[in-house]
Ligand binder design. Structure first.
Ligand code: DON
Length: 309
């Protein structure tokens, strides 16, 4: 039997990718120089069900750095370890309506508005246990590996590139440190954060990571519980309100799935209780979200009624 008849989900993904492929809007991220060295035409989408079945279409083996798609998963690890109240003492839960690299300090508390923008994500990473960047990053790497169901490694070239061009992120770390909300020194937090952003994944990994949230915290492929059900729910809630930065409201209306994008070209989206989707396409729109990834998820949602509301 032909592969597409055996796997209708794959056929559904392929048909959407065929329609999205001709779009060549957007630019590959270049503010981190090493990110510009990527084939801009890559396009892949994977869907992992909460039963652990993974369907793939297009470039699902192509690796790229996770970048900001790491943020909800590190938030999940932090709230799982420390509880929501403690994490929320350091970082807010409100959409900022601002770009990912905005200077974000709530006037009365000194907290960044949410853990999906850089300022908030650097604070979340700083809250991981341990005193050094190595200790904090080791927990991030092990935790994200459990979400993906395999060991994830650092792209050292991207890491060096991030570290040598990351002064705005350092500035955000110093600001939160001076406001009393950072959980470590600025250097420890940004070193761990740059390594976190430089972890390499593929679209299949992102689908499984998202599906681990969809199940309420159990990786459906490895059957390992990664975080508590509460931590998964809180994480999906923050992705819903803040995951696509200043496009979050638009996204919620058009696509209606909790999601998170990264400047490496990845997007992870969750249909709670049902499945996770991972997409990869490197060209970004003006808000720093993968242009064809957004189009893929919009079409999938529209054609197959995936909107959660
Ligand atoms: O901190 C940065 O600027 C990057 N390492 C990650 C930013 C990012 O992925 C924004 N997402 N669209």
């Amino acid at each position: 039997m032909a592969a597409e008849l055996r796997d209708p989900v794959r056929r559904m993904l392929e048909s959407v990718l065929d329609d999205v492929r001709p779009l060549n809007a957007g630019e590959v991220a270049s503010y981190i120089p090493e990110l510009a060295i990527v084939d801009p035409d890559r396009l892949g989408a994977a869907l992992a069900s909460t039963h652990g079945v993974v369907h793939e279409a297009g470039d699902c083996d192509a690796t790229f750095t996770i970048q900001s798609v790491s943020k909800p998963f590190v938030f999940a690890l932090a709230v799982d370890a420390l509880g929501l109240v403690e994490v929320n003492r350091h970082v807010g839960l409100e959409p900022s309506g601002e770009p990912f690299n905005a200077i974000s300090l709530e006037a009365t508390t000194g907290r960044p508005l949410n853990p999906m923008i850089n300022a908030g994500a650097i604070v979340t990473t700083s809250l991981m246990r341990g005193d050094t960047a190595e200790e904090k990053f080791a927990l991030v790497q092990a935790g994200l590996g459990k979400f993906a169901g395999r060991d994830l490694s650092v792209d050292e070239d991207v890491f060096s590139s991030e570290a040598s061009t990351g002064d705005r992120n350092r500035a955000l770390a110093y600001l939160t440190r001076s406001a009393g909300t950072l959980g470590s020194t600025a250097d420890v937090a940004t070193t761990a954060y740059f390594r976190q952003c430089s972890l390499t994944v593929n679209a299949r990994d992102l689908a499984i990571m998202a599906a681990t949230l969809a199940t309420g915290g159990v990786n459906p492929v490895t059957d390992e519980r990664v975080i508590s059900e509460d931590a998964a729910r809180w994480t999906m809630a923050v992705m819903t309100s803040c995951g696509m930065y200043d496009a979050s409201g638009d996204w919620l209306v058009r696509v209606g799935l909790p999601a998170k994008s990264g400047v490496g070209g990845g997007i992870a989206a969750v249909q709670p209780g049902q499945f996770g989707i991972g997409t990869f396409s490197p060209r970004l729109d003006a808000r720093g979200n993968s242009a064809r990834g957004v189009a893929t998820l919009e079409l999938l949602s529209e054609r197959h009624g995936l909107h959660m509301l």
